[in-house]
Design a protein around this ligand. Structure first.
Ligand SMILES: C[S@@+](CC[C@H](N)C(=O)[O-])C[C@H]1O[C@@H](n2cnc3c(N)ncnc32)[C@H](O)[C@@H]1O
Length: 214
């Protein structure tokens, strides 16, 4: 199987969460980044999580297990469930089975939406998990459009943000906008730089972006 333009061994892309085997395909599993996702939810205790980019539900399960531990909260998980060549696309039936397997289906609502349409009139949320084959253009759009949410205390957690992620072959070959150089302008912090890396934007991270300014 290919992901991010690299041939990968699917057996390595599985993860353990505090002794529990999370047997769901994801690039996050390569470096156990599910643990970072899980811990972030425990730290911020969001009542409502909105997720964009579900694939097979790896991050969904990690976040739902954290909500289960907290004993409250829910996730609204969106994907457009459409092919995104050369990337992988979400598979709703596999996601449902995975959520059932980890006994968290009752905590998650699976819905269909395109992020670029949703962000024009976004619903309220406490934490947004964004993973839609991210690049600098997408992250800039999200953080700019959702600034009111962020200033009210909402958190944006997203795939990527590290220099290494910007330098992957497929990112360069497809001339995708890098994320790392935007961290000061947009006010995000790389939480874990291991592949594919994960970053966070909160109101505590200084937001210096003004529309029209470089
Ligand atoms: C890299 S995968 C997500 C990986 C997943 N978060 C995980 O934990 O393994 C990207 C997902 O985003 C979805 N997607 C891509 N563009 C989208 C868009 N504009 N709106 C909604 N979903 C999108 C794809 O269908 C795919 O399921």
């Amino acid at each position: 199987m290919y992901l991010f333009g690299r041939q990968i061994d699917i057996r390595k892309h599985r993860m353990f969460l505090f002794g529990k085997r999370i047997d769901i395909y994801s690039s996050f599993a390569e470096n156990n980044l599910g643990k970072v996702i899980y811990k972030t939810v425990l730290d911020y205790k969001p009542m409502k999580i909105v997720e964009f980019g579900v694939l097979q539900g790896y991050a969904t399960v990690c976040m739902a297990l954290a909500l289960k531990k907290l004993g409250r909260g829910k996730i609204v998980s969106y994907d457009d469930w459409q092919p995104h060549e050369p990337h992988l696309c979400g598979d709703i039936e596999t996601v449902k089975k995975n959520l059932q397997r980890y006994k968290v289906l009752h905590l998650v609502e699976l819905k269909t939406a395109d992020f670029f349409q949703w962000v024009v009139n976004p619903e309220p949320f406490d934490l947004l998990f964004l993973d839609i084959d991210n690049d600098g253009r997408i992250i800039e759009l999200a953080i700019t459009k959702l600034q009111t949410h962020i200033q009210k205390g909402a958190v944006i957690l997203f795939e990527g943000g590290s220099e290494q992620r910007d330098n992957l072959d497929f990112v360069i070959a497809n001339n995708q906008a890098p994320m790392y150089p935007l961290r000061e302008k947009l006010g995000f912090k790389v939480l874990d730089r291991r592949h594919p890396s994960i970053s966070i934007c909160t109101k505590d991270v200084k937001y210096s972006y003004r529309p029209g300014r470089d």
